[in-house]
Design a protein around this ligand. Structure first.
Ligand code: AMP
Length: 514
């Protein structure tokens, strides 16, 4: 990291000193509003960090559980200021999955801003206690206590094919490299602009890294859209209008939801200058509609997995690009990142040829938490421009044209549904945990080239008397294990799973039965 770049934690301190009274985050559901100022964020997180420094015996990562409460950000910063990584878990993650993550990490404490139902080991510090510590007198924390450049800053868990989520570890340096580039996206985010950033994604989804850290770095205000607001169209449009947001960060699917109503336009959100998208395919149709409704805003497509810190390529999709290039590109790599397209033997392919996208560079994760086997398979070190960099095999197919990356879909059984990353094996393995289910195959269903829903074919070990009731029971059982978005919309019993000649599951044939 060069000397001119101020690192994230130093920047947070500077921002708090310059704009103490500016709101750093606002969360509004109905008539209930919670917010925090910049000085509040800094002081509260300092005191909580001090408390952690005095009380905790280990540097184990800290789980932070909750939703869109501004105290979540206080907790995140307190962890890293005290030299510990944080691991965000959203309230919408089911209890058993939360337990699985907590069991993986074995944190010394869990900071909760909402009630945690899970049965876990480790001390739970609830919101009341967090607020008491954060607002008590004194207790600063010296900057030397904070996580260093090579320490893990946060850990986000993603769907794992075996049914157990994988913890992606992102260091402070990875994050700083990401931010340094992200502030230049679209129109660029001028320091001191006091921009409002829309926060749609839950903090346990790495897309939120884009809005949260752009906001923290540039001294802006984060306008959160809680789940209750996102689920109620009237509240949603009201909230978008009230937000006065300048920068939009979401999956394209969420923009599509908003586009359903004609009121979603620059009249509703006159200050919007940039749409920053990541996480799934951005279609020409979505861009066309956005260009019409928001003629003065830039639409930016970015690409990257959690394993390379949110995003590593970007392209501003102009009218001209949108009218002439189908499918849309996902962009050119940021400085400090190189994209290689490789064949099944790892040989680098020339421009234009299709192969696996490998990301090389300074924001690639140091690997999954406690998972040497998967790390060996997916991560490595290579030389680029005379220096050593980590690389990550994405499992995405793609190709380059004049240095511009195009995304060609997944090479394995991972899918994106409304921006959420799902391993089909994860869903299948959770079906198999249910008593009486012998085989399970989950198939993605497509509309307009994007996954629009999941369907499951199950083989029961006993005679199914009442299919409707059995499926309702299975749904209930699955809800205890998986987030709502991972539960297939269509579930059917099959007498047998079709197989290919060499005995493999014939996914295409299963799909035709569902
Ligand atoms: P996640 O780790 O949840 O961010 O998911 C990463 C995966 O999302 C990538 O490996 C891609 O398969 C997909 N993805 C991310 N960005 C894009 C994009 N702009 N266009 C198409 N797919 C994307």
């Amino acid at each position: 990291m060069d000397n001119q770049f101020v690192t994230i934690l130093e920047k947070v301190r500077q921002n708090a000193a310059r704009w103490p009274e500016r709101p750093m985050m606002i969360e509004k559901t109905g008539e209930t509003m919670r917010s925090i100022t910049w000085s509040g964020l800094n002081d509260f997180s300092d005191r909580l960090a001090y408390w952690m420094d005095c009380r905790l015996e280990t540097k184990a990562p800290v789980v932070v559980y909750g939703h869109k409460d501004p105290m979540m950000i206080v907790c995140f910063l307190a962890c890293v200021k005290s030299g510990r990584a944080y691991c965000p878990i959203d309230v919408n993650v089911p209890v058993s999955r939360t337990e699985a993550i907590v069991n993986e990490i074995k944190p010394e404490i869990i900071l909760t801003t909402e009630t945690l139902e899970a049965e876990i080991s480790g001390t739970v510090v609830d919101r009341e206690e967090i607020c008491r510590i954060a607002s008590s007198e004194g207790g600063g924390i010296p900057p030397e206590k904070a996580v260093g450049p090579d320490d893990v800053f946060y850990m986000i868990f993603t769907s794992g094919s075996t049914g157990v989520p994988k913890g992606v570890q992102i260091t402070r340096d990875c994050l700083d490299h990401f931010i340094r580039w992200a502030i230049t996206l679209g129109n660029g985010i001028p320091d001191e602009a006091a921009y409002v950033f829309l926060n749609q994604a839950p903090f346990s989804f790495d897309l939120s890294v884009m809005d949260l850290f752009l906001c923290l770095y540039t001294g802006g205000t984060l306008w959160a859209l809680p789940k209750a607001v996102q689920n109620d169209m009237r509240q949603l449009y009201r909230s978008l209008g009230e937000s006065n947001a300048n920068v939009w960060v979401s999956t394209p699917s969420f923009a599509d939801v908003c586009l359903a109503d004609p009121s979603f336009s620059s009249e509703l959100m006159p200050s919007l200058t940039d749409f920053l998208f990541c996480g799934e395919i951005l279609t020409n149709r979505t861009v066309e509609r956005l260009h019409k409704r928001f003629p003065n805003a830039k639409v930016v497509n970015t690409y990257g997995p959690t394993e390379s810190t949110c995003a590593v390529t970007e392209v501003t999709v102009t009218d001209e690009i949108n009218q002439t290039v189908v499918p849309l590109p996902v962009g050119r790599p940021k400085p400090g990142t190189w994209i290689r397209i490789v064949d099944e033997n790892g040989r680098v392919l020339p421009e234009g040829e299709h192969g696996e996208i490998v990301i090389v560079g300074d924001s690639v994760s140091v690997g999954y938490w406690n998972n040497e086997e998967k790390n060996k398979r997916s991560f490595g070190v290579t030389t680029e421009s005379g220096a050593q960099y980590r690389f990550y095999r994405t499992g995405d197919e793609g190709y380059l044209v004049d240095g511009m990356l195009y995304y060609g879909g997944r090479m394995d059984l991972q899918v994106k549904l409304h921006g959420y990353r799902i391993e089909l094996g994860d869903v299948e393995n959770n079906f198999l945990k249910i008593d009486g289910i012998e085989q399970a195959v989950v198939i993605p269903k497509y509309r307009d080239g994007k996954v629009s829903s999941l369907a499951a074919g199950l083989v029961s070990s006993r005679t199914v008397e009442d299919e409707k009731t059995e499926i309702a029971n299975i749904r209930e059982a699955l809800k205890k294990e998986l987030p709502e978005y991972m539960i297939p919309k269509k579930i059917r019993f099959l007498s047998d799973i079709p197989r290919t000649n060499n005995g493999k599951i014939d996914r295409k044939a299963v799909g035709e039965l569902l």
